[in-house]
Ligand binder design. Sequence first.
Ligand SMILES: C[S@@+](CC[C@H](N)C(=O)[O-])C[C@H]1O[C@@H](n2cnc3c(N)ncnc32)[C@H](O)[C@@H]1O
Length: 226
Amino acid sequence: MDEGAMKNTEEKLLESWQANAEVWTTALREGKIVSREMVTHDAILNAIQSQSPGKMLDLGCGEGWLMRALTQAGWQCVGLEGASALVAQAQAASGCEILSLSYTAWAKKDNTRDFDLIVANFSLLEEELLPVLSAVKQVMLPGARLLIQTLHPSQVPGPYLNGWRSESFEGMGGGLWQKMPWYFRTLGAWLELLQAAGFTLQSLREPLHPESLQPASLLLEAVSKP
Ligand SMILES: C[S@@+](CC[C@H](N)C(=O)[O-])C[C@H]1O[C@@H](n2cnc3c(N)ncnc32)[C@H](O)[C@@H]1O
């Protein structure tokens, strides 16, 4: 994908987050997204817990719930977020430093290597992710981990083929949502992406929804290849 096309899809995606900022913040803070309350918040927190607190970058931090939780646990958190309305929410609620930038803009900067942990919680939504993952690699201190939580590919309706989809946010607690374009990846495509970006997979978890007994998410833990 050329840079112009990449910018275009990122702009559309961020436009939808800007439009959805308020309804998203309400849904999260009022616990309206059942899978998050029942499974995926704890899944990412548990995955982080095995590491002693240090400095964490929250990639696509949204309204900042994870930074609030980790700050309380002793982490120094920095958020990266491309929708300014969510930057404002995250800043006000967490008190953390938030970089108000798209991934593309951040990846072009000369960023300092000073993070022990990078988390992308349901925030890698585009087709072209190599530039941002390569930039992530550059800011990781020796021994740092990358945690990616995403929709489990087996639970997404439609053909099991990489490609653009549209999210309508049904079942996210009502409200007026703007549809969001996002790129579906098969499990194989996620693993190939990590490999291509220079990461080694350390673990792959599939947190189960306790009622449906289906995976609520896919949780990948990776480290930078030497
Ligand atoms: C589903 S929300 C998840 C937010 C948060 N990580 C959480 O767990 O609640 C995805 C977030 O990633 C941000 N995001 C996605 N792609 C981005 C990009 N290319 N540049 C900057 N932010 C991006 C969106 O603006 C949105 O806030």
